[in-house]
Design a protein around this ligand. Structure first.
Ligand SMILES: Cc1cc2nc3c(=O)[nH]c(=O)nc-3n(C[C@H](O)[C@H](O)[C@H](O)COP(=O)(O)OP(=O)(O)OC[C@H]3O[C@@H](n4cnc5c(N)ncnc54)[C@H](O)[C@@H]3O)c2cc1C
Length: 360
């Protein structure tokens, strides 16, 4: 019997598999497709991401550094409000490459990471979890584990199988690329999508990404076409995915835990979940002993200690995207300029450094 079965080898799944294996546990991770595919993410992350990847992978993953964002109440051509730092706020990275690098780290630590393995069933028993797996090319397997980590993304099958509540919301995100290289310093954010935004991200030699997310039913594709028309670009490699916002009350059962998008551990004001998911994965590896189901409560408390306040504040920031336009202009004008905030931590908005900058 395994100590842990990990379902899904995205960033939180591979990070948890690695850390649990380093702790001496017997870990198998099942990934239904190829690691990192299909792409449904901008890979725009704070520079903290480099703490999670080996130094030698850095130059391959890096695409561009970003010093800030230009917020627009309207489309391209509307007045931009600049928020910036003198040093890079964030990096744009190769997301497929990131997933592969993290999965390699998990394998190096001793986890058995298997691609082409789709988990199709989970049965929780008093002393174990029985996991059904369908193998690409034919055949099925049944494996048993003391615990299962559901890291299977926003529409998590594990979550459904064990009866954990759904996230509060599931947004629909789309993106595509203009291959023209662009290594400029700013991302553009357009508050034109209902209850979220559209974006333009310069990705260095990898071109420029255009994207948009909004609640379901908002005809995201038509809005995306209007965005790229307004920019006057033809895009290629259209990708689409779900963004969960608002974690359920509990993300654990007796022997199952959720990590990452499955647990809606995302930033409500950007939809970003790579770093929150890996933060939660580290908490899980530090707190959970697979022979002691009681330790799942430590994970539940631990990840909320790390992230719940940030998620709450992130929801408040997102609510501002729906304010009437004149108030958005007023707020953006008042707050724009040099900032002292960390992009993953809305609480840093209240830091002494940031308040000093605002007041000066
Ligand atoms: C349009 C868009 C743009 C985004 N941009 C950013 C960004 O710039 N920065 C950022 O931080 N975040 C961004 N995100 C969010 C980010 O992609 C997620 O937070 C992150 O991928 C979460 O990782 P995860 O492993 O939890 O989920 P996923 O990345 O969805 O990975 C889940 C994995 O589980 C596998 N899986 C699913 N079901 C099974 C199964 N039954 N059996 C086996 N394997 C299974 C999947 O194949 C997948 O590999 C974006 C999301 C979208 C949709």
């Amino acid at each position: 019997m395994y100590d842990f079965v990990v379902v899904g080898a995205g960033p939180p799944g591979s990070r948890f598999a690695r850390r649990a294996a380093e702790n001496g546990y017997d870990v198998v991770a099942f990934e239904k497709g190829e690691i990192g595919e299909p792409l449904a993410c901008s890979g725009h992350v704070s520079t903290d991401v480099w703490e999670y990847v080996p130094d030698e992978a850095r130059s391959e993953l890096f695409q561009n550094r970003v010093f800030g964002a230009r917020f627009h109440v309207g489309g391209p051509g509307s007045k931009p409000y600049r928020f910036y730092k003198r040093e890079p706020v964030s990096n744009v990275i190769d997301r497929v490459g990131l997933d592969r690098a993290l999965a390699e780290c998990a394998r190096d630590a001793g986890a058995d990471v298997r691609e082409g393995h789709t988990v199709t069933g989970i049965e929780e028993r008093a002393d174990r979890v029985v996991v059904e797996v369908s193998v690409a090319g034919g055949g099925t397997e049944t494996v048993e584990a003391r615990m299962v980590a559901g890291c299977d993304g926003p529409t998590s099958r594990v979550r459904r199988a064990v009866g954990i509540d759904e996230p509060e919301e599931l947004l629909h995100g789309v993106l595509a690329f203009d291959p023209e290289p662009d290594d400029r310093d700013y991302v553009d954010v357009h508050l034109t999508a209902p209850r979220f935004f559209a974006w333009r991200i310069p990705r260095g030699d990898a071109g420029v990404e255009y994207g948009l997310a909004a609640p379901p039913g908002e005809d995201v594709s038509a809005r995306f076409d209007r965005l790229t028309d307004a920019y006057g670009v033809d895009t290629e490699r259209f990708c689409s995915g779900a963004i969960p916002i608002g974690p359920p009350e509990s993300v654990t059962t007796d022997r199952v835990l959720l990590i990452g998008d499955a647990a809606a551990q995302t930033k409500p004001f950007t939809g970003g979940g790579i770093l929150y998911g890996m933060t939660a994965a580290d908490v899980a590896a530090e707190t959970i002993d697979p022979t002691d189901p009681g330790t799942l409560a430590d994970y539940e408390a631990g990840w909320r200690d790390e992230l719940a306040t940030e998620i709450r504040l992130g929801k408040l920031i997102r609510a501002c995207y729906s304010l009437p336009e004149p108030i958005q202009h007023l707020g953006l004008r008042a707050l724009s300029g040099e900032i002292g905030v960390h992009m993953d931590r809305p609480s840093s908005f209240l830091s002494r450094e940031h308040l000093r900058r605002l007041l000066s």
